[in-house]
Every structure is written in structure tokens, then in C-alpha cells.
Design a protein around this ligand. Sequence first.
Ligand code: CIR
Length: 257
Amino acid sequence: MTFTRALVRPPASTFADGLTTAGLGSPDLPLALAQHEAYVKALEGCGLSVTRLPADDRFPDSTFVEDTAVLARGLAVLCRPGAPSRAGEVEAIRTALESFFPSPVAIEAPGTVDGGDVCEAGDHVFVGISERTNEAGARQLAAHLATRGLGTTLVDVRGIPGLLHLKSGIAWLGERTLALARPFAGRPEFAGWDVLDVPAGEEYAANAVLVNGRVLLASGYPRFETALRALGLRTVAFDMSEFRKLDGGLSCLSLRF
Ligand code: CIR
């Protein structure tokens, strides 16, 4: 899977009002903006042309654009975020994607889907059932993806402490390889896949993203980064401290296509 473009949205001035369970304190906006810029530069370094949407103060969580759409094989599925405060984020994304995806489809009520629960792994897609993504939404998404030849496995992630979305704990590393944080070890949904265990204590780094042969990951997780390199993967690490304070991972800061 080769990406040529990405869509991002810098943190809004209201960023510190975003949803969180992390208990890590309030984010520092100037630092978040600098970290976001470093992230954009990393995407550009992977060869992507990056579109920056204007920040939107009405939506404190709007920098987490990945939650608003699922993009796969030329198909755009507009999400219906599970948190009511985030529902209004989708409209601007719909507009921004229009010229690239002229016939988007959408998750309809009562379904809810957050893009952070959707892990594309080649011709297969894992979809988390979480506090944000419900079964009705996941089944609608699976039906849309099937029109593009993509199979789906649902993974119930409810009740895993500290895990907001499926991709808070898993990443696709290419071919048949998945990085799995501890709570997913041995789960039958991943039988038959090659698994790289995310070391205990480094769970946050599981939210890595493979972009054109490089793995982008949060800095400060040396054992996981070393394990990725041992697989022959090139890594690019950067500080995600301010996004982590809002339960955000690195994948959720962009839509890649
Ligand atoms: C939220 O709770 O919705 C945001 N504060 C964080 C969303 C992070 N999204 C993601 O990891 N895909």
C-alpha cells in the first residue's frame, strides 16, 4: 500500500478542552503545535503531499482527523463518531475529501464508528468494538469494505483498561505482521498472523503507523523501536507527549491515502 497524500488539522486553540481519560495533565498548546508540525514534516519525508485544514476551535478534538473517515482502496467511508462532541467534525472532512473521493458513503444511525478502531492490514481490516464504535457501525463498515474486496474481523476491545480504540494497541507492519500490545496477546482474532509483541510498559508505542516503508512511532519507547528495526523496518520517532494527554495516538493525527 503506497500513500501519496495525507490530510491533517492542527490542534485548535480549544485543544486543552478535548476528551481525555489519561490523567496526564493539561496539554501545552504551543508544544502540541510544534509536535504536530514535526509530524507533518515526517509525513512529507515519507513522500506524502500533506493538506493542512484550518484549525477549528469549535471542536477541541478535531486534530484527531483519523477518527472521522476510513479510506481504503479508493473508497471513503465517513464515520459517525461515538462521542457526541465530535460529531460535527465530519462535515469539514467530507468537504476536504470530496475532490479525491467523489462518491463517499457514510455510517448511519444507530451505527457509530471512530476511525481509530479501524486497522487496515493489507487485504484485511480489523475493526474494534469499543466505547466509540458499536456493532451496528462496524457491520455497516464491513459491508462497505467488502465492496472493495476487503475482509473484516471484529475485535471487542471493551473493558481493556486504558485503551480508547483498537489502534491504541495494535499496528499493521506490512505483509502478515502485526504489532500487538499485551492485552491482545493470544487473542483468536489474530491467529495466523505474525506477531511482534509490544514490550510491557511500552504499550503507548503500539499506535505506530507504516507509511511507505517507514514506521512512524512515538519516541521514548526504545525496546519497541529496537524490535521494529530488528525486523528490518526503518523507524522515525517523535515526541507525542501533548497528544497522549488527550488519549491521542500518532495514527489519529492524519488520514493517509
Ligand atoms: C477522543 O477522546 O476522542 C480524543 N481525545 C482522542 C482521539 C484519539 N484518536 C485516536 O487515537 N484514533
